[in-house]
Design a binder for this molecule. Structure first.
Ligand SMILES: [Cu+2]
Length: 387
């Protein structure tokens, strides 16, 4: 037992602290109770995710009230080919794709995610949502070992496109991210997207492009190595990562994932929303022969979109969104305008756009011919100036 005397002043101070403490506790309880979505009687909706570049069906604007939107992600550790030469990585993925699937909710909705780490995996994983508030974006509450699953709920309070990624601590974080573990969530304003003046903006299609930088070790002859497991390649991969020079920079998990027969499609007159994420490095998306009509470069819809952009910037660790209405048919390359990364390392996609050509916007007035050929004389002279 303590024999120390407590003065009245100290006692009063302790009482004040007790009152403050109880007040805080009460406020916390009240706040917790008020914030529980079950007690708000919110409806639930289970949404089936789809593999990128596609995005699950969703309303752009909604007149419904907030709800609890349930998603499920299963971590898959597996070997994946990342280029046409057959180079492989021991990938770590959300739902088997790089990037993981894009989720769409509306501001004020609750995201309820079940994260499953099957017993066939060998590593612990979690998820950090940049859209979420607290506990390392949920990372501190979602660490699951092989054979475990966890359910996280967070309120989507900020609008925009945000990345999510695995972040299990230490050098596991960059290793898991550059092995494929990132994706995106789009939190739409309830009234949908708007321009600077508040006029509604709509899209006919939405595509999700997730950019990845890979660091594949080479053997003594300079050839890319493959490994029996992620763990076996760990030390070599970390060594390449630390030099900060990626061997591959690709869209959607491999060079050519979105080119040729895998090109993204659209029609002249259609408006396409392109969501672009990079969880680790900066990127500079550019649509050759097109523009960003409206671009939320930082990806957050409470900021007015920039207009008429030629190239925009995606900060490593973020997602951005660009809205473009195609005016001409043809094959458009969409790439990072670090052209070495785009052409040599793989970060190129194609849009195949069908429709009628508009001569007013562009016309080949004369096809290529030898220099020095006499200027073509028009069969009927243009109308002379009237004097
Ligand atoms: Cu992980």
């Amino acid at each position: 037992m303590t024999t120390e005397k407590v003065t009245p002043a100290e006692k009063a101070s302790m009482n004040r602290r007790l009152v403050v403490l109880l007040g805080c506790l009460f406020a916390t309880l009240c706040f917790s109770a008020a914030a529980m979505p079950e007690e708000l009687g919110l409806p639930r909706e289970q949404v089936a995710l789809v593999a990128p570049p596609f995005v699950h069906p969703h309303e752009q604007a909604t007149i419904q009230g907030p709800k609890i939107v349930q998603f499920s992600l299963t971590v898959e550790e597996k070997r994946m080919v990342i280029d046409d030469e057959g180079t492989t990585i021991e990938a770590m993925t959300f739902n088997g794709s790089i990037p993981g699937p894009m989720m769409v909710v509306h501001e004020g909705d609750y995201v309820e995610l079940t994260l499953i780490n099957p017993g066939t995996n060998s590593l612990a994983h979690n998820i950090d949502f940049h859209a979420a508030t607290g506990a390392l974006g949920g990372g501190a509450l979602t660490l699951v070992h092989p054979g475990e699953q966890v359910v996280l709920r967070f309120k989507a309070t900020r609008t925009g496109v945000f990345i999510y990624h695995c972040a299990p601590g230490g050098d596991m974080i960059p290793w898991h991210v550059v092995s494929g573990m990132s994706g995106a969530i789009m939190v739409l304003p309830r009234q949908g997207l708007t321009d600077r003046a508040g006029n509604p903006l709509h899209y006919d299609r939405v595509y999700y492009i997730g950019e990845s930088d890979f660091y594949v070790p080479r053997d003594e002859k300079g050839k890319f190595r493959s490994y029996a497991s992620a763990a076996e390649g760990y030390a070599d991969t970390i060594e390449v990562m630390r030099k900060l020079v990626p061997t591959h920079v690709v869209f959607n998990g491999r060079a050519g994932a979105l080119t040729g027969k895998n090109a993204l499609t659209a029609k002249v007159g259609e408006t396409v929303l392109i969501v672009h994420s990079e969880a680790n490095r900066d990127s500079r998306p550019h649509l050759i022969g097109g523009h960003g009509d409206y671009v939320w470069e930082t990806g957050k819809f409470s900021n007015p979109p920039e207009t008429d952009l030629e190239t925009w910037f995606i900060r490593g660790g973020s997602a951005g969104a660009a809205l473009y209405t195609f005016r001409q048919p043809g094959i458009y390359a969409y790439l990072t305008h670090n052209l070495i990364e785009a052409v040599e390392l793989g970060a190129t996609a194609h849009f195949k756009v069908e429709g009628a050509w508009n001569d007013d916007l562009m016309k080949q007035v004369k096809s290529p011919e030898a220099i020095g050929v006499q200027a073509h004389v028009m069969p009927t002279a243009p109308a002379p100036y009237v004097h």
